[in-house]
Design a protein around this ligand. Structure first.
Ligand SMILES: [Zn+2]
Length: 428
Protein backbone atom coordinates (compact mmCIF):
# COMPACT_ATOMS: atom_id res chain seq x y z
CA UNK A 1 0.00 0.00 0.00
CA UNK A 2 2.85 2.39 0.86
CA UNK A 3 6.12 2.89 -0.95
CA UNK A 4 8.77 1.10 1.14
CA UNK A 5 11.13 3.96 0.67
CA UNK A 6 8.77 6.71 1.81
CA UNK A 7 11.22 7.72 4.54
CA UNK A 8 14.07 8.13 2.05
CA UNK A 9 11.72 9.74 -0.43
CA UNK A 10 10.57 12.33 2.08
CA UNK A 11 14.12 13.19 3.08
CA UNK A 12 14.96 13.47 -0.62
CA UNK A 13 12.05 15.75 -1.44
CA UNK A 14 12.77 17.92 1.58
CA UNK A 15 16.36 18.33 0.41
CA UNK A 16 15.22 19.06 -3.11
CA UNK A 17 12.63 21.49 -1.80
CA UNK A 18 15.29 23.42 0.04
CA UNK A 19 17.10 23.91 -3.27
CA UNK A 20 14.11 24.86 -5.35
CA UNK A 21 12.77 28.35 -5.76
CA UNK A 22 8.99 28.39 -5.72
CA UNK A 23 8.64 25.48 -3.31
CA UNK A 24 7.47 26.84 -0.02
CA UNK A 25 8.51 30.42 0.61
CA UNK A 26 12.21 31.09 0.16
CA UNK A 27 13.75 33.95 2.11
CA UNK A 28 16.85 36.01 1.38
CA UNK A 29 18.73 33.84 3.87
CA UNK A 30 17.86 30.83 1.75
CA UNK A 31 15.64 29.29 4.42
CA UNK A 32 12.43 27.72 3.24
CA UNK A 33 9.24 28.49 5.06
CA UNK A 34 6.24 26.19 4.69
CA UNK A 35 3.40 27.52 2.55
CA UNK A 36 0.94 25.21 4.32
CA UNK A 37 1.00 24.02 7.94
CA UNK A 38 -1.18 21.09 9.00
CA UNK A 39 -1.31 20.14 12.68
CA UNK A 40 -3.24 16.95 13.38
CA UNK A 41 -4.08 16.17 17.01
CA UNK A 42 -5.29 12.75 18.08
CA UNK A 43 -6.96 13.68 21.36
CA UNK A 44 -5.87 11.13 23.98
CA UNK A 45 -3.74 9.32 21.40
CA UNK A 46 -1.04 7.53 23.41
CA UNK A 47 1.47 5.12 21.96
CA UNK A 48 -0.58 2.09 23.08
CA UNK A 49 -3.65 3.00 21.03
CA UNK A 50 -1.39 3.54 18.01
CA UNK A 51 0.31 0.14 18.46
CA UNK A 52 -2.95 -1.71 19.13
CA UNK A 53 -4.67 -0.16 16.10
CA UNK A 54 -1.65 -1.10 14.00
CA UNK A 55 -1.77 -4.74 15.21
CA UNK A 56 -5.50 -4.90 14.50
CA UNK A 57 -5.35 -3.24 11.09
CA UNK A 58 -2.04 -4.37 9.64
CA UNK A 59 -0.59 -7.02 11.96
CA UNK A 60 2.41 -6.67 14.24
CA UNK A 61 4.74 -6.39 11.26
CA UNK A 62 2.50 -3.94 9.36
CA UNK A 63 2.23 -0.16 9.46
CA UNK A 64 -0.32 2.52 10.03
CA UNK A 65 0.02 5.48 7.70
CA UNK A 66 1.47 7.70 10.42
CA UNK A 67 4.19 5.09 11.00
CA UNK A 68 5.53 6.07 7.57
CA UNK A 69 6.17 9.72 8.42
CA UNK A 70 9.92 10.33 8.47
CA UNK A 71 10.40 12.32 11.69
CA UNK A 72 9.39 11.17 15.17
CA UNK A 73 9.77 12.87 18.55
CA UNK A 74 8.25 12.87 22.01
CA UNK A 75 6.21 15.61 23.68
CA UNK A 76 5.95 16.37 27.41
CA UNK A 77 2.39 17.33 28.20
CA UNK A 78 2.13 18.66 31.81
CA UNK A 79 0.17 21.90 32.31
CA UNK A 80 0.97 24.99 34.41
CA UNK A 81 -0.87 23.71 37.47
CA UNK A 82 -1.08 19.91 37.05
CA UNK A 83 1.26 17.02 36.29
CA UNK A 84 -1.54 15.68 34.08
CA UNK A 85 -2.96 18.08 31.54
CA UNK A 86 -6.45 18.44 30.16
CA UNK A 87 -7.13 19.13 26.49
CA UNK A 88 -7.66 22.88 27.02
CA UNK A 89 -4.25 23.52 28.61
CA UNK A 90 -2.45 21.21 26.17
CA UNK A 91 -3.99 22.76 23.05
CA UNK A 92 -3.36 26.26 24.47
CA UNK A 93 0.32 25.36 25.00
CA UNK A 94 0.60 24.22 21.38
CA UNK A 95 -1.25 27.31 20.11
CA UNK A 96 0.34 30.06 22.25
CA UNK A 97 3.68 28.69 23.48
CA UNK A 98 2.65 29.19 27.11
CA UNK A 99 1.75 26.58 29.71
CA UNK A 100 -1.57 27.44 31.34
CA UNK A 101 -3.95 26.01 33.93
CA UNK A 102 -6.17 23.06 33.10
CA UNK A 103 -9.49 24.29 31.72
CA UNK A 104 -8.19 27.54 30.19
CA UNK A 105 -8.48 28.28 26.46
CA UNK A 106 -5.47 30.23 25.12
CA UNK A 107 -5.33 32.52 28.15
CA UNK A 108 -3.08 32.22 31.23
CA UNK A 109 -3.67 33.30 34.85
CA UNK A 110 -1.26 36.16 34.11
CA UNK A 111 -3.10 37.43 31.03
CA UNK A 112 -6.40 37.20 32.89
CA UNK A 113 -4.99 39.41 35.66
CA UNK A 114 -3.90 42.06 33.15
CA UNK A 115 -5.99 45.17 32.88
CA UNK A 116 -6.01 45.18 29.13
CA UNK A 117 -7.98 42.00 28.57
CA UNK A 118 -8.40 42.87 24.92
CA UNK A 119 -4.72 42.26 24.25
CA UNK A 120 -4.97 38.55 23.71
CA UNK A 121 -2.14 36.07 23.49
CA UNK A 122 -0.80 35.62 20.00
CA UNK A 123 -1.07 32.16 18.47
CA UNK A 124 1.01 30.88 15.55
CA UNK A 125 -2.30 30.72 13.68
CA UNK A 126 -2.57 34.53 14.10
CA UNK A 127 0.92 34.88 12.60
CA UNK A 128 -0.05 32.71 9.61
CA UNK A 129 -3.25 34.73 9.13
CA UNK A 130 -1.25 37.97 9.06
CA UNK A 131 0.88 36.44 6.31
CA UNK A 132 -2.28 36.07 4.25
CA UNK A 133 -2.84 32.34 4.76
CA UNK A 134 -6.34 30.87 5.12
CA UNK A 135 -7.26 29.11 8.37
CA UNK A 136 -9.28 25.95 8.95
CA UNK A 137 -10.15 23.93 12.05
CA UNK A 138 -11.94 20.56 11.88
CA UNK A 139 -12.83 18.02 14.55
CA UNK A 140 -15.04 15.05 15.33
CA UNK A 141 -16.14 16.71 18.59
CA UNK A 142 -18.19 19.88 19.01
CA UNK A 143 -16.51 22.71 17.11
CA UNK A 144 -16.45 24.72 20.36
CA UNK A 145 -14.76 21.89 22.32
CA UNK A 146 -11.48 22.62 24.14
CA UNK A 147 -8.93 21.43 21.56
CA UNK A 148 -10.29 23.18 18.44
CA UNK A 149 -11.28 26.26 20.51
CA UNK A 150 -7.70 26.94 21.62
CA UNK A 151 -6.79 27.74 17.99
CA UNK A 152 -9.47 30.41 17.44
CA UNK A 153 -10.84 31.56 20.84
CA UNK A 154 -9.64 32.95 24.18
CA UNK A 155 -11.68 32.03 27.24
CA UNK A 156 -11.06 31.57 30.96
CA UNK A 157 -13.00 28.30 31.09
CA UNK A 158 -13.61 25.61 28.51
CA UNK A 159 -17.01 25.19 30.16
CA UNK A 160 -18.18 28.56 28.78
CA UNK A 161 -19.02 26.91 25.50
CA UNK A 162 -21.53 29.49 24.34
CA UNK A 163 -18.95 32.26 24.82
CA UNK A 164 -16.45 30.21 22.82
CA UNK A 165 -19.00 29.66 20.02
CA UNK A 166 -19.74 33.42 19.99
CA UNK A 167 -16.08 34.02 19.12
CA UNK A 168 -16.30 32.03 15.88
CA UNK A 169 -17.75 34.96 13.96
CA UNK A 170 -15.01 37.40 14.96
CA UNK A 171 -12.21 34.82 14.77
CA UNK A 172 -9.65 34.37 12.02
CA UNK A 173 -11.37 31.23 10.75
CA UNK A 174 -12.07 30.68 7.07
CA UNK A 175 -13.44 27.22 7.71
CA UNK A 176 -14.62 25.32 10.79
CA UNK A 177 -16.30 21.91 10.73
CA UNK A 178 -17.37 19.23 13.19
CA UNK A 179 -20.27 18.58 15.57
CA UNK A 180 -21.99 20.96 17.99
CA UNK A 181 -24.90 22.42 16.06
CA UNK A 182 -26.92 22.80 19.28
CA UNK A 183 -24.72 25.54 20.76
CA UNK A 184 -25.22 27.64 17.60
CA UNK A 185 -28.98 27.76 18.11
CA UNK A 186 -30.85 30.05 20.59
CA UNK A 187 -30.26 28.91 24.19
CA UNK A 188 -32.55 28.60 27.22
CA UNK A 189 -30.73 31.12 29.46
CA UNK A 190 -31.74 34.67 30.43
CA UNK A 191 -28.89 36.70 28.93
CA UNK A 192 -29.55 38.63 25.70
CA UNK A 193 -26.76 36.66 24.02
CA UNK A 194 -28.64 33.44 24.81
CA UNK A 195 -31.42 34.50 22.46
CA UNK A 196 -29.11 34.95 19.50
CA UNK A 197 -29.33 32.45 16.69
CA UNK A 198 -25.63 32.19 15.89
CA UNK A 199 -26.21 30.10 12.81
CA UNK A 200 -28.62 32.65 11.34
CA UNK A 201 -26.23 35.40 12.28
CA UNK A 202 -23.33 33.70 10.52
CA UNK A 203 -25.50 33.12 7.43
CA UNK A 204 -26.40 36.82 7.33
CA UNK A 205 -22.65 37.66 7.37
CA UNK A 206 -22.11 35.58 4.25
CA UNK A 207 -20.87 32.43 5.97
CA UNK A 208 -21.81 29.26 4.11
CA UNK A 209 -23.42 26.62 6.30
CA UNK A 210 -22.85 22.93 5.64
CA UNK A 211 -25.13 20.45 7.36
CA UNK A 212 -24.42 17.05 5.81
CA UNK A 213 -22.20 14.98 3.55
CA UNK A 214 -24.07 16.07 0.41
CA UNK A 215 -23.21 19.71 1.20
CA UNK A 216 -19.52 18.83 0.81
CA UNK A 217 -20.12 18.28 -2.91
CA UNK A 218 -20.65 22.01 -3.34
CA UNK A 219 -17.58 24.23 -3.60
CA UNK A 220 -17.26 27.85 -2.49
CA UNK A 221 -14.59 30.43 -3.09
CA UNK A 222 -12.59 31.82 -0.18
CA UNK A 223 -14.74 34.96 0.05
CA UNK A 224 -17.25 32.90 1.99
CA UNK A 225 -16.17 31.54 5.39
CA UNK A 226 -17.52 28.04 5.92
CA UNK A 227 -19.07 26.48 8.99
CA UNK A 228 -20.00 22.80 8.96
CA UNK A 229 -22.04 21.45 11.88
CA UNK A 230 -22.99 17.87 11.14
CA UNK A 231 -24.57 16.74 14.41
CA UNK A 232 -26.25 18.35 17.42
CA UNK A 233 -23.41 17.39 19.75
CA UNK A 234 -20.15 15.51 19.04
CA UNK A 235 -20.15 13.55 15.79
CA UNK A 236 -21.43 10.08 16.83
CA UNK A 237 -18.77 7.37 17.12
CA UNK A 238 -18.42 5.90 13.63
CA UNK A 239 -18.64 2.44 15.17
CA UNK A 240 -22.11 3.28 16.55
CA UNK A 241 -23.51 5.20 13.56
CA UNK A 242 -26.58 3.81 11.80
CA UNK A 243 -26.48 3.26 8.03
CA UNK A 244 -28.49 6.48 7.66
CA UNK A 245 -26.03 8.43 9.78
CA UNK A 246 -23.12 7.01 7.80
CA UNK A 247 -24.70 8.24 4.58
CA UNK A 248 -25.29 11.77 5.89
CA UNK A 249 -22.47 12.53 8.35
CA UNK A 250 -19.03 13.14 6.82
CA UNK A 251 -16.09 11.21 8.26
CA UNK A 252 -12.93 12.92 9.46
CA UNK A 253 -11.36 11.82 6.16
CA UNK A 254 -14.17 13.55 4.20
CA UNK A 255 -13.75 16.74 6.22
CA UNK A 256 -9.94 16.70 5.85
CA UNK A 257 -10.19 16.27 2.09
CA UNK A 258 -12.81 19.02 1.75
CA UNK A 259 -10.91 21.45 3.99
CA UNK A 260 -7.63 21.02 2.08
CA UNK A 261 -9.33 21.46 -1.30
CA UNK A 262 -11.13 24.57 -0.07
CA UNK A 263 -8.15 26.22 1.65
CA UNK A 264 -5.73 25.35 -1.19
CA UNK A 265 -7.47 28.01 -3.28
CA UNK A 266 -5.31 30.54 -1.44
CA UNK A 267 -1.98 30.96 -3.29
CA UNK A 268 -0.40 32.20 -0.05
CA UNK A 269 -1.19 28.88 1.61
CA UNK A 270 -3.19 27.70 4.58
CA UNK A 271 -3.18 26.40 8.13
CA UNK A 272 -5.33 23.40 9.00
CA UNK A 273 -5.88 21.97 12.48
CA UNK A 274 -7.42 18.48 12.38
CA UNK A 275 -8.59 16.89 15.62
CA UNK A 276 -9.48 13.21 16.03
CA UNK A 277 -11.39 14.20 19.13
CA UNK A 278 -13.30 11.07 19.97
CA UNK A 279 -10.29 8.80 20.56
CA UNK A 280 -10.14 10.51 23.96
CA UNK A 281 -13.85 10.33 24.66
CA UNK A 282 -14.02 6.60 23.88
CA UNK A 283 -11.00 6.11 26.15
CA UNK A 284 -12.70 8.00 29.02
CA UNK A 285 -15.51 5.45 28.83
CA UNK A 286 -13.04 2.59 28.17
CA UNK A 287 -15.00 1.82 25.00
CA UNK A 288 -12.03 0.06 23.47
CA UNK A 289 -13.59 -0.87 20.14
CA UNK A 290 -14.87 2.67 19.51
CA UNK A 291 -11.46 4.06 20.42
CA UNK A 292 -9.67 1.84 17.90
CA UNK A 293 -12.10 2.75 15.10
CA UNK A 294 -11.72 6.47 15.84
CA UNK A 295 -7.93 6.00 15.86
CA UNK A 296 -8.12 4.23 12.51
CA UNK A 297 -10.13 7.13 11.04
CA UNK A 298 -7.62 9.60 12.42
CA UNK A 299 -4.79 7.64 10.78
CA UNK A 300 -6.68 7.52 7.48
CA UNK A 301 -7.11 11.30 7.73
CA UNK A 302 -3.33 11.64 8.07
CA UNK A 303 -3.04 9.72 4.81
CA UNK A 304 -5.60 12.02 3.16
CA UNK A 305 -3.71 15.12 4.34
CA UNK A 306 -0.33 13.74 3.24
CA UNK A 307 -1.54 12.78 -0.21
CA UNK A 308 -3.54 15.98 -0.80
CA UNK A 309 -0.49 18.18 -0.21
CA UNK A 310 3.17 18.18 -1.15
CA UNK A 311 6.12 17.86 1.23
CA UNK A 312 7.78 20.45 -1.07
CA UNK A 313 5.69 23.22 0.45
CA UNK A 314 3.82 21.74 3.45
CA UNK A 315 4.74 20.98 7.05
CA UNK A 316 2.57 18.12 8.36
CA UNK A 317 2.65 17.28 12.09
CA UNK A 318 0.72 14.55 13.88
CA UNK A 319 0.65 14.51 17.67
CA UNK A 320 -1.58 14.18 20.74
CA UNK A 321 -2.49 16.49 23.60
CA UNK A 322 -2.08 13.70 26.20
CA UNK A 323 -2.71 9.99 26.70
CA UNK A 324 -5.99 8.84 28.17
CA UNK A 325 -6.78 5.96 30.50
CA UNK A 326 -3.42 4.21 30.75
CA UNK A 327 -4.59 1.84 28.04
CA UNK A 328 -2.28 -1.00 27.18
CA UNK A 329 -1.94 -4.24 25.24
CA UNK A 330 0.00 -6.76 27.32
CA UNK A 331 0.40 -10.52 27.76
CA UNK A 332 1.49 -13.09 25.19
CA UNK A 333 -1.16 -13.41 22.52
CA UNK A 334 -0.06 -15.43 19.52
CA UNK A 335 0.33 -13.31 16.41
CA UNK A 336 -1.69 -15.82 14.40
CA UNK A 337 -4.60 -15.36 16.80
CA UNK A 338 -4.69 -11.60 16.90
CA UNK A 339 -4.27 -10.36 13.35
CA UNK A 340 -7.50 -8.67 12.26
CA UNK A 341 -9.34 -10.23 15.22
CA UNK A 342 -8.90 -7.70 17.99
CA UNK A 343 -12.33 -6.26 17.28
CA UNK A 344 -15.81 -7.61 17.75
CA UNK A 345 -16.38 -11.05 19.26
CA UNK A 346 -12.80 -11.66 20.26
CA UNK A 347 -12.97 -8.61 22.51
CA UNK A 348 -15.53 -10.41 24.65
CA UNK A 349 -13.67 -13.69 24.97
CA UNK A 350 -12.64 -14.42 28.57
CA UNK A 351 -8.95 -14.56 27.72
CA UNK A 352 -9.08 -11.12 26.13
CA UNK A 353 -11.03 -9.64 28.99
CA UNK A 354 -8.59 -11.01 31.50
CA UNK A 355 -5.27 -9.95 30.11
CA UNK A 356 -4.54 -8.52 26.74
CA UNK A 357 -6.29 -5.16 26.71
CA UNK A 358 -6.54 -3.25 29.97
CA UNK A 359 -6.73 0.19 31.51
CA UNK A 360 -5.11 1.94 34.47
CA UNK A 361 -8.35 3.69 35.44
CA UNK A 362 -11.96 3.47 34.34
CA UNK A 363 -15.46 2.18 34.93
CA UNK A 364 -14.37 -1.49 35.00
CA UNK A 365 -11.83 -0.88 37.78
CA UNK A 366 -11.83 -2.23 41.31
CA UNK A 367 -13.59 0.17 43.62
CA UNK A 368 -13.08 0.77 47.31
CA UNK A 369 -16.87 0.97 47.37
CA UNK A 370 -17.65 -2.67 46.73
CA UNK A 371 -21.26 -2.00 45.73
CA UNK A 372 -20.38 -0.29 42.44
CA UNK A 373 -21.42 -2.52 39.58
CA UNK A 374 -19.90 -2.14 36.17
CA UNK A 375 -21.59 -3.06 32.97
CA UNK A 376 -19.47 -5.95 31.69
CA UNK A 377 -20.88 -5.64 28.18
CA UNK A 378 -20.13 -1.94 27.94
CA UNK A 379 -16.74 -2.22 29.65
CA UNK A 380 -15.31 -5.65 28.84
CA UNK A 381 -11.72 -4.71 29.62
CA UNK A 382 -10.48 -4.58 33.17
CA UNK A 383 -9.12 -1.38 34.71
CA UNK A 384 -6.86 -1.38 37.75
CA UNK A 385 -8.64 1.35 39.68
CA UNK A 386 -12.25 2.48 39.53
CA UNK A 387 -13.11 5.89 38.13
CA UNK A 388 -16.43 6.68 36.52
CA UNK A 389 -14.41 8.12 33.64
CA UNK A 390 -10.87 6.96 32.90
CA UNK A 391 -8.32 9.69 33.67
CA UNK A 392 -5.70 11.30 31.46
CA UNK A 393 -2.11 10.27 32.19
CA UNK A 394 1.25 12.01 32.49
CA UNK A 395 3.10 9.95 29.87
CA UNK A 396 4.79 11.63 26.91
CA UNK A 397 3.01 11.49 23.55
CA UNK A 398 4.59 11.02 20.12
CA UNK A 399 4.91 13.67 17.42
CA UNK A 400 5.31 12.49 13.81
CA UNK A 401 6.08 14.93 11.01
CA UNK A 402 6.99 15.31 7.37
CA UNK A 403 7.75 18.06 4.87
CA UNK A 404 9.35 21.46 5.22
CA UNK A 405 10.76 22.09 8.70
CA UNK A 406 9.91 18.63 10.00
CA UNK A 407 13.48 18.00 11.16
CA UNK A 408 12.72 20.48 13.98
CA UNK A 409 10.30 18.03 15.56
CA UNK A 410 12.57 15.26 16.82
CA UNK A 411 13.96 14.59 20.29
CA UNK A 412 11.97 15.26 23.44
CA UNK A 413 9.96 18.49 23.24
CA UNK A 414 7.76 20.54 25.51
CA UNK A 415 4.27 20.94 24.05
CA UNK A 416 4.98 24.70 24.02
CA UNK A 417 7.92 24.05 21.63
CA UNK A 418 5.38 23.28 18.91
CA UNK A 419 4.38 26.96 18.98
CA UNK A 420 7.97 28.28 18.95
CA UNK A 421 9.13 25.97 16.17
CA UNK A 422 6.18 26.71 13.87
CA UNK A 423 6.51 30.44 14.58
CA UNK A 424 10.21 30.30 13.63
CA UNK A 425 9.48 28.36 10.46
CA UNK A 426 6.70 30.75 9.42
CA UNK A 427 8.84 33.82 10.03
CA UNK A 428 12.16 32.72 8.54
ZN1 LIG B 1 -10.09 13.81 27.79
Amino acid sequence: MFPNSIRNYSIFVTLVASLMIGCGHQTLQGEVSPTNVILMIGDGMGQSVISTTRIWKAGSDGSLFLDQLPQVGLVKTYSLDYTVTDSAAAASAMATGLKTNNGMISVTPETLAREDQKKQLETWVDIAKRQGKSIGVITTTDIHHATPAAFYAHQESRKDMRKIALQIETSLLDLVMGGGLEILLPQKGDLPSDKADLLKDLASKDWRILRNKADLKRRWDLKHPIIGAFSLSHIPYYNEQSAKEKSSIPTLMDMTSYAIQHLSQNPKGFVLIVEGGRIDQAAHDTKTENMLVEMDHFDQSVEVAYKATSPHNTLLMVTADHETGGFTFSGYLKRTEVKKHIMGKVLDEPEFKRTYLSWATGPAGVSEQKNIKTNKKEHPHQAAYYRKKAAHTAVDVPIYSSGIGSSEFSGTLENTDIFFKIKKLLQQ
